[in-house]
Design a binder for this molecule. Structure first.
Ligand SMILES: Cc1ncc(COP(=O)(O)O)c(C=O)c1O
Length: 465
């Protein structure tokens, strides 16, 4: 297959165009009040099919046109960071100008100090949370560090975490180990033979009387496996009185989340990845003012210090405000994040989840059709364990990192597909293996997947002779 390099189109940033495209009136009101453009439409797609009704295809194509991604390439690395929709960029620029014109008052457009309450009130209900439980922070790393460094963990306390965690979690955990003598216990989670019960059992079997915290990624960045977060919280953590901290870098904007239903204690996520907000935006959920944590840790007078706060010593402000206020903030970015969230809400978060999961299922199907059933796909097939991340290795030797790096680089240079690679151990004592990780999101469609798989197959034949 020849690399298809299309001509770059000029980028236009125009919110009116967005509204026209989706059939809503350009009301001329404040940009923050984007009309819920898809509200009331009954189109619904539970599974992705290349022969889906034209209207459904047309709908997602319109969504695709809302992104300014370089048309000379196909961007499939949302797992690292996403791309803002046109109207979000346009608004973001407007917000930045507002702040530049009137730096301290910001045109009175952000409400009263700390200028975040209206934004939190827009986002919290979209994720099954109350407004006093949501903090708009910098990113997942920020949320993980805020929670882990703030918890009153002491020598001999045990923290369970999986062997597929990201450094955003493992780095602050290692600080706890070295600074306070916290015991870290790595739980081996099932990879190639993953089942819901297997994940639940892995945690249940590891719990000990010393366990003070369970940390895991809702979707692992290494293979894209989606862990049964609700069951781990409800069947393992809550009955044992153990708080949970979930790394949700890959769920916000991809999966339709309900934090209350999940019943976790802390959830740290990214606004800039699948939610397609600006860089350095994130969402942190902290359950019910830590009331349950105080019950769990009733042997400790203090359970948590908001160390990353300008208000740490002023508890009367309430925890949300303590965590939210870290000095001057990037108000335009947070507001643009809320705009991106509103767009997702208008489309329907469940509808986005169905689309993303169907597209990744299609991606796995096409990979198997091209490379044969024996190809190693590390991402689980079961819909409830799958995500928009597909990790696989077409080579006979999955431990050959150099081959995988060359595969990734040539896919970009010769075919224009931007993906990344990940490294991990399938089992704790097994060798390091390497995978190509593909992100498929709401701005992709079946043709993108088909073109990617064709490119990968051509390149594979070229590399293996
Ligand atoms: C599982 C996981 N956690 C955390 C992070 C860090 O995310 P952020 O850049 O939002 O801090 C990543 C980034 O790739 C990730 O994959």
């Amino acid at each position: 297959m020849e690399s298809e390099i299309r001509k770059k189109k000029p980028i236009t940033l125009d919110r009116r165009r967005f509204l026209r495209l989706v059939g809503a009136a350009a009301t001329g009101g404040t940009a923050a009040a984007i009309t819920p453009v898809w509200a009331g439409k009954e189109e619904k797609m539970d599974t992705f099919s290349p022969s889906a009704r034209e209207s459904e295809r047309g709908f997602w194509r319109r969504i695709g046109h809302e992104f300014v991604l370089d048309p000379r390439t196909t961007y499939m690395n949302v797992g690292t960071t996403g791309s803002m929709p046109r109207h979000v960029i346009a608004n973001f620029n407007r917000y930045n100008k507002l702040v530049a014109r009137d730096p301290s008052e910001m045109g009175g457009e952000w409400g009263s100090w700390p200028y975040m309450s209206e934004l939190v009130a827009r986002i919290a209900p979209q994720m099954g949370a109350d407004t006093h439980e949501i903090v708009l922070n910098r990113n997942t790393t920020d949320g993980m560090c805020t929670v882990l460094e703030g918890l009153n963990l002491q020598p001999g306390d045990e923290v369970l975490y999986t062997h597929h965690e990201h450094v955003a979690g493992t780095s602050p955990l290692h600080v706890l180990q070295q600074r306070f003598g916290v015991t870290l216990t790595k739980v081996e989670i099932p990879v190639l033979d993953a089942t819901e019960q297997g994940y639940v059992d892995a945690f249940a079997d590891a719990v000990s009387p010393a366990t003070r915290l369970i940390v895991f990624s809702h979707i692992t960045y290494k293979t894209g496996a989606r862990l049964p977060a609700n069951r781990i919280c409800q069947e393992v953590a809550v009955p044992n009185g153990i708080p949970t901290l979930i790394d949700g870098a890959h769920t916000i904007g991809m999966i339709d989340l309900d934090f209350h239903e999940m019943d976790c204690d802390f959830y740290a996520g990214s606004g800039h990845k699948w939610q397609c907000g600006p860089g350095a935006t994130g969402i942190l959920y902290v359950r019910d003012n830590l009331n349950r944590l105080r019950d769990y840790w009733s042997d400790r007078q203090e359970v948590f210090w908001p160390i990353n706060s300008s208000l740490a010593e002023y508890g009367f402000f309430g925890l949300q405000l303590q965590l939210q206020y870290v000095g001057n903030d990037n108000y335009p970015a947070k507001r643009a994040l809320a705009d991106a969230c509103d767009m997702w809400d208008s489309i329907g978060r469940e509808r986005i989840e169905n689309y993303v999961l169907s597209l990744s299922a299609y991606c796995k199907l096409r990979i198997r059709q091209a490379f044969g059933d024996s190809v190693v796909i590390y991402s689980p097939d079961a819909p409830e364990l799958s995500s928009g991340l597909t990790a696989f290795n077409p080579f006979d030797d999955c431990t050959d990192g150099a081959a995988m790096s060359e595969f990734r680089d040539r896919l970009r240079e010769e075919y224009g597909f931007i993906v990344r690679t990940t490294d991990f151990h399938v089992t704790l004592d097994g060798p390091e293996e390497h995978a190509l990780r593909i992100s498929t999101h709401l701005f992709h469609d079946a043709r993108d997947v088909e073109a990617l798989v064709a490119a990968m197959y051509n390149l594979f034949v070229d590399m293996t002779g």
